[in-house]
Design a protein around this ligand. Structure first.
Ligand code: NAD
Length: 489
């Protein structure tokens, strides 16, 4: 812990003196509305001042992305690929700095963030390898025409990201956009600006031309809204809450924006009595209590068959009570503080809501100390699917356990929710797994596994969890336009 704190101190000293500026066309630019303060959830102290960008700054960044677009689009694919690989190498070289800054900014435990930084590098490597194929077209024969369908980058795009695992999520959007040949204006979450700054620095050091990636800090209602409304920005890749997703759609209507929305979730993990229960227990715990439970794919509803419920819940309670809450830079810590006071108040409000609804607080349900925004990992039992703790995205280390008796009932409960991002099914009956996954309303389902991300597969949700898919060629479908050319023969 002491070693990590000393290293972090070194990494933060420049932010303390210089603050964080916007980065537009390869230049540091002050925020047009001055600065706002960024504090750490660990001890509520000031980290640094951050440029407060508004529509003026977004317009300047969109102009820069627009000006840089043609040259970036026309750069030979192999040259673009080389730059993206150098960005991946730059991320790997500064992975410790990225991870420690992310932990201090968001409260996430180092145990998990050390891996998240490297996943950001993987995102760049993967899409670097796809650059050459991105523009591959099709030849569709007809009697009178030689038909060629090709793809071209859509233009400058906006990327708006949330505060949970902000570095990894930013790379997940920015890497394919750059690989496709788009230029980018990135608006990071106001609660976690540190690593977005590191990313633009690494990209420029890797040879990314000025204006290809621009970062404007600021608030959603100002800078975020202006980005959606800017006519030079052709598409918005958004990750955040479902209600913000609706706003993104409305704000982009006048400029006919193409939107990709990755939104909230209230994902079920369904455990049948014929499953490997030890593995199911491990996965259920990992998917809600790692990364502070602040992950869109977390399994926040446990649907457990009534025949095994008592034994399963008893083991769960024991394990939850053993989870280590503490300083996020301590490598042994599993849960750090929640990201902001506002989010802490939201998550802890559900401790009372659970009791009012008639559920039992079987583990946790309490805060820890008063220095930062720490809570004990929490388990609600004796719940039903109509309760607010079962229907609303809490987005913290909080699990609601709901019993079921039959497969039909499990399916009904799993689908009775506005969201549809992920589902996790535990059973050793293959026919049931096929039947169940076919009917489960979710964009991504894992059977007998926690969430394992494989970059070529489609990532995204249904219902209030989103519109569109990332991953593999799906990312290029979003950042590129199909273009058809017919030659008379
Ligand atoms: P949020 O919607 O409050 O904010 C996300 C981003 O949108 C921030 O940068 C914010 O400044 C910006 N924003 C807010 N209002 C805006 C507006 N009117 N116009 C433009 N931009 C605006 O989300 P959050 O609280 O930062 O993140 C948590 C949410 O993100 C959770 O709901 C979580 O499930 C979701 N999430 C989804 C995925 C996914 O892949 N589906 C991944 C991670 C997080």
């Amino acid at each position: 812990l002491d070693d990590n704190i000393a290293k972090l101190d070194g990494f933060l000293s420049r932010f303390r003196t210089e603050g964080i500026q916007n980065r537009i066309a390869g230049q540091d630019v002050k925020g047009s509305a001055g600065t706002f303060q960024n504090t750490s959830p660990v001890d509520k102290t000031l980290i640094c001042d951050v440029a407060h960008g508004t529509g003026v700054d977004i317009d300047a960044a969109a102009d820069a992305a627009h000006a840089a677009f043609a040259a970036w689009r026309d750069m030979p694919a192999l040259a673009r690929k080389k730059i993206l690989i150098r960005i991946a190498e730059g991320i790997e070289a500064r992975a410790v700095e990225i991870a420690l800054c992310e932990c201090w900014d968001t409260g996430q435990a180092y145990k998990f963030m050390s891996k998240a930084a490297l996943r950001g590098a993987e995102n760049f490597r993967y899409f670097a390898d796809q650059v050459v194929q991105a523009r591959d077209g099709q030849h569709l024969k007809s009697p009178t025409l030689m038909n060629i369908t090709t793809r071209v980058p859509i233009g400058p795009v906006g990327v708006i990201t949330p505060w949970n695992t902000p570095f990894m999520l930013s790379t997940w959007k920015i890497a394919p956009a750059l690989a496709a040949g788009c230029t980018v204006v990135h608006k990071p979450a106001e609660a976690s600006p540190l690593t977005a700054r590191l990313l633009v620095e690494i990209a420029e050091e890797a040879g990314l031309p000025p204006g290809v990636l621009n970062t404007v800090n600021g608030f959603g209602e100002e800078a975020g809204k202006a980005l959606c409304e800017n006519p030079k920005i052709k598409a918005i890749a958004f990750v955040g809450e479902s209600r913000t997703g609706s706003l993104i759609t409305k704000q982009g209507a006048d400029t006919l924006k193409r939107n990709h929305l990755e939104l909230g979730g209230k994902n079920p993990v369904i455990v049948f009595d014929d499953a490997d229960l030890d593995r199911a227990l491990d996965a259920a715990i990992f998917m809600i209590y790692s990364i502070n439970g602040e992950r869109c794919t977390s399994s926040s509803r446990l649907l457990v068959q009534d025949t095994i419920r008592d034994a399963f819940e008893a083991k769960l309670i024991k394990r939850v009570n053993n989870i280590k809450v503490g300083h996020p830079l301590d490598p042994a810590t599993e849960i750090g503080p929640l990201v902001t006071e506002e989010h802490f108040n939201k998550v802890t409000s559900y401790f009372d809501i659970a009791k009012e609804d008639g559920a039992t607080v079987a583990a946790g349900g309490v805060t820890v100390g008063d220095e930062g925004y720490f809570v004990r990992p929490t388990l609600f039992t004796q719940a039903n699917n109509q309760m607010r703790i079962a229907q609303e995205e809490i987005f913290g280390p909080v699990l609601t356990s709901i019993p079921f008796s039959t497969e039909e009932e499990a399916l009904q409960i799993a689908n009775d929710i506005p969201y549809g991002l992920t589902g996790y099914v535990w059973t050793n009956d293959l026919t049931r797994a096929l039947r169940f996954t076919d009917k489960l309303e979710a964009g991504m389902i894992w059977v007998n596994s926690e969430n394992v991300r494989h970059l070529p597969t489609p990532f995204g949700g249904v219902k209030a969890s989103g519109i569109g898919r990332d991953g593999g060629d799906w990312s290029f479908d979003f950042y590129m336009e199909q273009k058809h050319i017919g030659f008379a023969t």
